[in-house]
Design a protein around this ligand. Structure first.
Ligand code: ADP
Ligand code: MG
Length: 620
């Protein structure tokens, strides 16, 4: 073997500058790159060497000598290979490997080929981020190979010579600066290794030795995730839940989990539906992306659809290079892979939930309270998910059922085709809800913040469907024919309501109705369109305070002539009628949270007076 020296090519110098400045900002990635290379070398040897031993990677930090070594028992390199793969950095060692061992790979037939090419980067040179001098000792698995020793300083002058290594594999040696944080104690490197390699398939050992702390042995760093274990590895639900709680630091088990898989993308993993009953739904979940057992990043926006971020997930995609989380993703990654991964996640989740809907409806219904926000958000923000799941969104009805929009529309098809009656506030609108329930007209409860945009979307995508809030259309739905015998009484009563409610409901008209339900004395209706505008303005903070005064939504006070109290108001002495009307109107405004502090005080005083009067009459 010839002893060779030289300087790295111009390209290498450029890459080196790039490395030091922009590409890698965290030093931890040196460990990611060197251990990944070791893991790759072990994978290659398993393919080409029938006598390959079980793979093993060792990272050793000696704080006394400030030396770090990364050792593997993978394929190793011949001196030619070191020259090509390490010296001539522009050459892809990976593509060379593929050409040699997989002649078919050039026509795109080999999984392994794609896997390794996609992985090619400038990883090895990251070593210079930590060390002024990097050495490489390697012995190829090929029979008759000689050991190689390669050494390079940060001046990029290298020397290639015969080495002394006797076992097949590679050791990369770094010399840390005296002030390196990795020398302080064993924790820094361990944290880095755990961060990237917790699920690596090959056993990874880490040893820290120093004068102060002695030698901590070589504990194993990694433990393959039960999620990523391939077919044939049965994992029990208990194991999976235990893994989930520990890995995501959750107190509760997941409510459900869905496997996701795409053979085309070499993608597999699992999405866990979080138990958010503790109120955690406001906090995003953690969607971790791995490439061949190596952690890439979490919650990468280009890879993970927004709604999926609400859950926890472990996703492995073999086609991702490790540097994918850096600059590359901004352009969508190689071959727009980011978009493909995101699409795959939306699709797989849509299929899983849809299957549950059609085949396990009781379970779907049971989980719905926890799934609702997630599914609705997905429908609103994700085209693919929406195409499948829009018709699988469930709504609670005032009768206590959980229905899809389609099922609801069937119920109203005969009497109110295409009309969706809903309440956005089942407590504040309790009187209307009760009236609808009593008269048997189906209505839905849409009281989540996401329901308003959702119903607008549903109106837009569903033909001939109109959402109408209960109070907006109560009269039309609940009204009977006017009773001619009540004509005089109606005129008297309505005139009084008009007069005594004017201060509370400026601009509102009072009208007589004969409602199916006699219990409801008055109903305040507003125009649906105008009210939505007002709600929207309020929600977006354009208007603060009381909506009725500032954004005049045209309203009508419907006075129910079938209600006994209302009928009496026509014949009461004026002051008494005034008190009764004020009380009835205040009760409505109270339910809608529209009383000003002074009005509320007036209401309370009046209520006390009424009570006192009532008690006085019962004493007599
Ligand atoms: P990549 O890993 O993306 O190919 P690197 O710069 O990390 O790029 O490594 C360049 C090449 O050097 C690898 O493709 C491989 O052929 C060779 N190499 C690096 N580390 C090792 C190792 N530990 N064992 C065998 N070959 C290695
Ligand atoms: Mg590499």
């Amino acid at each position: 073997m010839t002893v060779q020296t030289g300087a790295l090519s111009i390209e290498s110098r450029n890459i080196f500058t790039l490395l030091k400045t922009s590409l890698y900002s965290e030093q931890d990635i040196v460990f990611r790159e060197l251990v990944s290379n070791a893991s790759d070398a072990i994978a290659k040897r398993a393919v080409v060497d029938a006598r390959a031993p079980g793979g093993r990677i060792d990272v050793v930090v000696d704080a006394t000598t400030r030396v770090v070594t990364v050792t593997d028992n993978g394929v190793g390199m011949t001196s030619d290979e070191v020259d090509r793969y390490i010296n001539q950095i522009a050459l892809s060692g990976a593509s060379e490997f593929v050409r040699r061992f997989h002649p078919d790979a050039s026509d795109g037939g080999s999984d392994l080929g794609e896997e390794i090419i996609g992985h090619f980067g400038v990883g090895f040179y990251s070593a210079f981020m930590l060390s002024g001098t990097v050495t490489l000792d390697t012995l190829s698995y090929e029979p008759g190979s000689e050991a190689v020793h390669w050494e390079c300083g940060s001046d990029m002058e290298y020397a290639l010579a015969r080495g002394s290594r006797t076992d097949v594999g590679t050791t990369v040696t770094l010399r840390l600066d005296p002030d390196s944080p990795y020398l302080e104690n064993g924790a820094a490197v361990r944290t880095a290794l755990t961060h990237y390699f917790a699920f690596l398939g090959t056993p990874l050992y880490y040893r820290f030795q120093s004068d102060d702390e002695g030698d901590d042995g070589s504990p194993l760093v990694n433990d393959p995730s039960p999620v990523l274990k391939g077919p044939g590895h049965e994992v029990t639900d208990e194991e999976l839940c235990a893994f989930y709680r520990n890995h995501f630091q959750e107190a509760c088990d997941p409510l459900a989990w869905y496997r996701v898989e795409s053979v085309d993308l070499g993608l597999r993993g699992m999405v866990f539906v979080r138990d958010t009953r503790g109120g955690a739904e406001a906090i995003d979940g953690r969607v971790e992306i791995y490439s061949r057992g190596v952690f890439v990043d979490a919650n990468i926006p280009q890879f993970v659809p927004k709604f999926v971020n609400l859950q926890h997930a472990i996703i492995e995609c073999d086609q991702l290079p490790l540097v994918v989380s850096r600059g590359q993703v901004r352009s969508g990654g190689p071959d727009g892979i980011a978009a493909k991964v995101a699409e795959c996640l939306s699709q797989e989740l849509a299929i899983a939930l849809h299957t549950m809907f059609t085949q396990e409806r009781p379970r779907y219904v049971e989980l719905w309270p926890e799934l609702a926000a997630f599914v609705k958000y997905g429908v609103l923000t994700d085209r693919i998910f929406a195409s499948v799941m829009t018709r699988r969104v469930l709504f609670a009805s005032v009768a206590g059922e959980l229905l899809t929009l389609g099922e609801y529309l069937e119920q109203v098809a005969a009497d109110h085709p295409g009309t969706v009656f809903y309440t956005s506030d089942p407590v504040g609108q309790a009187a209307y809800v009760e009236a609808f329930r009593a008269s048997g007209v189906p209505a839905l409860i849409l009281d989540h913040v996401i329901d308003q945009p959702l119903l607008q979307r549903l109106e837009a995508v569903t033909k001939d469907v109109r959402f109408v809030r209960l109070d907006a259309d109560a009269a039309r739905v609940l009204a009977l024919e006017p009773d001619p015998a009540d004509a005089d009484l109606a005129t008297r009563v309505v005139a009084r309501f008009q007069r005594f409610s004017a201060d509370r409901l400026p601009g509102a008209d009072s009208k007589p109705v004969w409602l199916r339900v006699a219990d409801l004395p008055v109903v305040l209706t507003s125009d649906e369109g105008a009210r939505r505008m007002s709600d929207l303005a309020q929600m977006s903070g354009l208007v603060s305070g009381r909506p009725a005064d500032e954004l005049a939504v045209p309203r009508t006070l419907l006075v129910n002539l079938r209600n006994p109290t209302v009928r009496r108001i026509g014949d009461l002495p004026e002051p008494l009628a005034g008190t009764a009307i004020a009380q009835l109107v205040d009760l409505i405004l109270l339910g809608q949270d529209e009383l000003s502090p002074e009005q509320l005080l007036g209401f309370l005083t009046r209520s006390h007076n009424i009570l006192t009067g009532y008690l006085a009459t019962t004493e007599e």
